[in-house]
Design a protein. Structure first.
Length: 624
């Protein structure tokens, strides 16, 4: 976004005609600006110069708009990140034009206050003439007001883009605005604020509608995104709609509200309770439709606060709980989550908690380890196959993990190890939400939340030609990095919880402060997985009721704080057999040195993780 300082000569000429000559500028101005000037000229003067609301009065107005402010916070935060370095501010007003909140560039805030662009100030047209907030309230549409287009010359330093926020009955709730000190806002600013308003309306309706919430779009991949149409349905009658729905249906609120949903989607929509399907409308159009109990009916699954599941170790806000809370909010908007972190840091545990606290907690959690599956089987595992699709296929085929995740959460672990040949197929599924099994001739609609995890630098893989850039963009809608144990501010408390989880509480075992100090200051290269293994060994070797001191936790069986040295030839006996036996022996030795951690063993050997998994698979086969 950029603001360019200089009033357009066209606007200067229009001002002279309108204010100086008393003439109508006609096409010299955007129609909505001319209409606003004409409305303002009919208003009494002088202009409203009331003092801004402050203290209890402002608090009362903010309290009255508490729901709007709560729902708008993600948009205010996101927009402020865009404008922070551009000399701009982001504003939320209520339906009367009173500014409720303002955040943004510290450099511009003092200048904004000089023109009364601050919380507690009324920016309706009646108070401030033509301006983005007040004119949006009159025009009921997104627009820009640039420099001299403002009715009052004192506001001519401003360039503003704003969009209205409506509820599901078409009632104005407020305005989102981006303002800066220059006179021209580029198209990007208007697009940003328009999109933010649509996202806010989507969130408000998703959280507060009653009855049933009907989601629809022509493209299945856009369900559960702010680009979907939303209808609130009670007893089969439409009682609410977002603007996206109205646009898709070619209606306004007066036409849509009170109409029976069956007149648009037929009767089949009633059978799509939380299981999306394709519906043909009366005019022959095909819609992807999903129906679920609305959050406001008391049956929804919107998560307001994160509660810990029974048996989980409590984690303070400076560790992963804050990460989890943000991820739950983001995932509720249908955005993919990419979880990264070191081996053993708890990425899989984080994903399980994300599923437990997410909007699809009642649905399945389907986990696929992309590194553990042989390359020649991963396609069938993910996409499924029909009877006879290939030699060795099951007689009745298999639906595949993507279809099994329908209505729940799909967790693609080690996504960086997915073969390049499959990445394009996965991208198409994520875009269209349609899966065609191997050997099949029909598509199946799938709807799931997506979480991926990796220990790789995916951008580096993109540069190396091993990962698709467009798939990376699709997967990293919101990135979460699970911190390693050594960097966690709560590691002392976490180690105590892991100690109890390892069986210490049942046997009456305790750790002295010195023992906890020793554990806390270990490097823990294997992170939580390594720590839990060490603590289980401590518990197994201790006598019931023992109080363990620093010397006890430094037992020979516990790993040294530093990373174990690489194995030398003198440490390993020479294996018999050919190259395969030598490879297997090296993998086995690395696994022993790394406590059975496949990813750490692969990293130690400098080989792909799938090499280690293939060895483990062969080993299990020999032991069977």
């Amino acid at each position: 976004m950029s603001f360019q300082a200089s009033t357009s000569p066209v606007v200067e000429r229009a001002r002279q005609m309108f204010f100086g000559d008393g003439m109508d500028p006609g096409t010299e101005l955007a129609p909505y600006i001319l209409r606003s000037w004409q409305r303002c000229r009919a208003l009494p003067s002088p202009w409203d110069s009331r003092d801004p609301l402050q203290g209890a009065e402002l608090l009362d107005r903010r309290e009255a708009a508490a729901w709007l402010r709560q729902c708008a916070q993600p948009e205010l935060d996101a927009l402020s990140e865009h404008v922070l370095g551009q000399g701009c501010v982001v504003i939320l007003s209520d339906a009367s034009g009173l500014i409720l909140d303002e955040i943004g560039s510290p450099d511009f805030l003092p200048k904004a206050q000089r023109v009364a662009l601050a919380p507690g100030v009324d920016w309706s047209e009646a108070a401030r003439g033509t301006n983005a907030i007040g004119t949006v309230l009159r025009e009921r549409d997104a627009l820009t007001v640039l420099g001299g287009e403002h009715y009052l010359t004192q506001n001519g330093i401003l360039g503003c883009a704003a969009a209205p926020v409506f509820d599901e009955q078409g009632e104005l709730q407020g305005v989102l605005d981006i303002s800066g000190e220059s006179v021209q806002v580029d198209r990007h600013a208007l697009g940003l604020v328009r999109l933010a308003a649509a996202q806010l309306e989507h969130r408000m309706m998703s959280r507060r509608s009653t009855g049933q919430l009907l989601r629809f779009h022509r493209r299945p991949g856009l369900l559960d995104t702010p680009r979907e149409g939303l209808l609130s349905v009670q007893d089969g009658v439409i009682v609410g709609a977002n603007r996206v729905a109205l646009g898709l249906l070619g209606m306004d609120w007066r036409q849509a509200l009170g109409q029976e949903a069956s007149r648009i989607f037929g009767d089949r929509w009633r059978r799509l309770q939380a299981r999306p399907g394709l519906v043909a409308s009366a005019d022959g159009q095909q819609w992807a439709v999903s129906v679920e109990p609305a959050a406001g009916s008391g049956a929804g699954r919107t998560v307001a606060t994160v509660q810990l599941a029974a048996g989980e170790a409590a984690e303070p806000a400076d560790a992963t709980e804050a990460l989890l809370g943000r991820a739950v909010r983001v995932m509720a908007s249908g955005i993919a989550i990419l979880v990264s972190g070191e081996t053993g840091s708890g990425k899989d545990v984080f994903v399980r908690r994300l599923h437990q606290h997410g909007r699809r907690a009642a649905g399945p959690l389907v986990a696929v380890n992309c590194a553990a599956l042989p390359e020649n089987l991963i396609e069938a595992e993910l996409f499924g196959y029909e009877d006879g699709a290939f030699t060795g296929a099951r007689r009745r085929g298999m639906p595949g993990r993507l279809r099994e995740a329908h209505g729940g959460l799909l967790f693609l672990d080690e996504i960086g190890d997915m073969p390049l040949s499959l990445q394009s197929r996965l991208l198409r599924v994520l875009e269209d939400r349609l899966v065609r099994p191997l050997g099949g001739s029909r598509d199946f609609l799938v709807d799931f939340d997506l979480v991926c995890a990796t220990h790789h630098d995916l951008q580096a893989l993109v540069q190396a030609g091993r990962f698709r850039q467009d798939l990376l963009y699709r997967l990293q809608g919101y990135a979460v990095t699970v911190p390693p144990l050594r960097e966690r501010g709560d590691r002392r408390r976490l180690l105590q919880a892991l100690f109890e989880q390892a069986g210490a509480r049942a046997r009456g075992l305790r750790l002295t402060p010195a023992a906890l100090d020793a554990l806390e200051h270990r490097a823990w290269p294997g992170n939580i997985r390594e720590a839990l293994g060490v603590l289980r060994s401590l518990v197994a070797l201790a006598d019931d009721g023992a109080l363990l001191d620093a010397a006890d936790v430094a037992m020979p069986g516990a790993p040294h704080p530093s990373v174990a040295p690489a194995m030398t030839p003198a440490m390993a006996p020479e294996p018999a057999g050919g190259l395969a036996a030598i490879t297997d022996h090296a993998v086995e030795q690395a696994l022993q040195a790394c406590g059975g951690q496949a990813s750490a063993a692969a990293q130690r050997l400098g080989v792909h993780r799938s090499t280690v998994y293939r060895y483990l698979s062969r080993k299990r086969g020999r032991q069977a």
